[in-house]
Design a protein around this ligand. Structure first.
Ligand SMILES: NC(=O)c1ccc[n+]([C@@H]2O[C@H](COP(=O)([O-])OP(=O)(O)OC[C@H]3O[C@@H](n4cnc5c(N)ncnc54)[C@H](O)[C@@H]3O)[C@@H](O)[C@H]2O)c1
Ligand SMILES: O=C(O)C(=O)C[C@@H](O)[C@H](O)[C@H](O)COP(=O)(O)O
Ligand SMILES: [Zn+2]
Length: 360
């Protein structure tokens, strides 16, 4: 088993990565023994993994209840959040409640936010079951629901007590969802780690065929990078903004198209290519590196262009609500080299027009 620590003083926690984590009660025992807890999952993941997790948590000494929500990004809403609160209240869960998120990033973000709010804050565990949630969303404590007008707008920073990554769960993940997760994996290579990017280029066949060793290494490396970034800047005052590469454009695509039409990772992929083209047009990235960014996304079956019908105006409306906006100015993460990125605040409307109008 791999164990990575997220160092945040009193709120530090481990990320545990192994093939059969769900079947290892002893890993859960320190967090759940003697506790009354609620597992929250969705109607796709629950039939696959809920009973295994329930069994392990009971073996580990917990009193277990569960709630199954509707699946999908379109359900990352106030209504779903309220369904969690209603269940907790109807079953008289108190401040000693422990919540457990079993699912992808949608469930993880929502359950984390429920934990941040319920009775002013209760602890929670992340049990991520998609590639995307295992490499990114389960770590770092960003929790939220969407607003119809923009992504992740209502939320809180609330760190989990532990993250349990079962790599075996990826065996049931649809290939489109696997590709979406790869967008965030590739992101780490571009913002932080050139050798990792090169390894991703070389390891495509192994990763796409779910080679256990390759998968475990990719997940571990992403979690290490995210743990380092979050430990340095928990609430995104500085370096953490780099994890938002591709997201200014990507979140605009998700909101414009309707949540769930473009998967988050697909929108991030197109957004990352757009950010790289922006860097190239500003003479901040070489043509050869831009091409490598485009190629790796295409090789991993990800979109490299935004929806053709999205005009500059359609990007600008949601982008003006981006959380990185400061003093009314948009800020973009752009790659300088593969392995290095920066946050820029001086992108002009003309540059954006030339980028977006030249698409398609
Ligand atoms: N908090 C963060 O730091 C952070 C980081 C990245 C993304 N996010 C958020 O995460 C969300 C995207 O997460 P996601 O890509 O995991 O999407 P998701 O949670 O919607 O999961 C994708 C699909 O896979 C299904 N699924 C999950 N595990 C499965 C499995 N093992 N086998 C079969 N099907 C399975 C889900 O039910 C869903 O249909 C977005 O809302 C995004 O904003 C948050
Ligand atoms: O952890 C972070 O910080 C990230 O930015 C990771 C992103 O992949 C993730 O999609 C995050 O939810 C986006 O954050 P937001 O603040 O732009 O909503
Ligand atoms: Zn993301």
């Amino acid at each position: 088993m791999e164990r990575i620590q997220v160092d945040l003083g009193a709120r530090s926690y481990p990320i545990m990565i192994a093939e059969q984590v769900l079947r290892q009660p002893e890993l859960f025992r320190p967090y759940v023994d003697g506790k009354r807890l609620l597992i929250v999952s969705n109607d796709v993941v629950a039939p696959l993994y809920l009973s295994t997790l329930e069994h392990s948590l009971e073996q580990a000494g917990a009193q277990v209840d569960s709630l199954v929500l509707a699946d999908g990004e379109q359900h990352k809403t106030m209504e779903s959040l309220n369904a969690i609160f209603t269940h907790l209240l109807e079953a008289n869960f108190g401040r000693d409640t422990l919540l457990v998120a079993l699912g992808g990033g949608v469930i993880g973000d929502m359950v984390g936010f429920a934990a941040a709010c319920y009775q002013r804050g209760v602890p929670f565990l992340q049990v991520p079951t998609t590639l995307l949630s295992q490499v990114d969303s389960s770590v770092g404590g960003k929790t939220a629901i969407n607003h119809p007008l923009a992504k992740n707008m209502i939320g809180a920073f609330h760190q989990p007590q532990a993250v349990f990554i079962d790599t075996q769960a990826l065996s049931t993940l649809p290939s489109r969802e696997f590709a979406a997760g790869m967008a965030e994996v590739i992101k780490y290579g571009i913002i932080w780690d050139r050798p990792f990017f090169d390894w991703l280029v070389e390891s495509k066949d192994k990763l796409q065929s779910l080679d256990p060793q390759a998968l475990a290494y990719a997940i571990r490396r992403c979690c290490e990078i995210k743990a380092d970034v979050v430990a340095e800047d928990e609430t995104e005052r500085g370096v953490r903004a780099l994890l938002n590469l591709g997201h200014t454009f990507g979140h605009a695509i998700e909101a414009d198209q309707g949540y769930g039409v473009w998967l988050h990772g697909e929108a991030v992929a197109a957004g990352t290519v757009m950010a790289s083209k922006l860097a190239y047009k500003r003479n901040q990235m070489s043509e050869s590196e831009l091409q490598q960014v485009i190629d790796i996304h295409a090789d991993y079956q990800l979109p490299i262009d935004p929806p053709a019908e999205m005009t500059l105006e359609r990007f600008l409306v949601p982008m003006q609500r981006d959380k990185k906006v400061m003093a009314g100015k948009l800020r973009f993460v752009i790659p300088i080299h593969i392995g290095q990125a920066e946050l820029v605040a001086d992108v002009t409307q003309q540059e954006l027009a030339s980028l977006i109008d030249s698409q398609g």
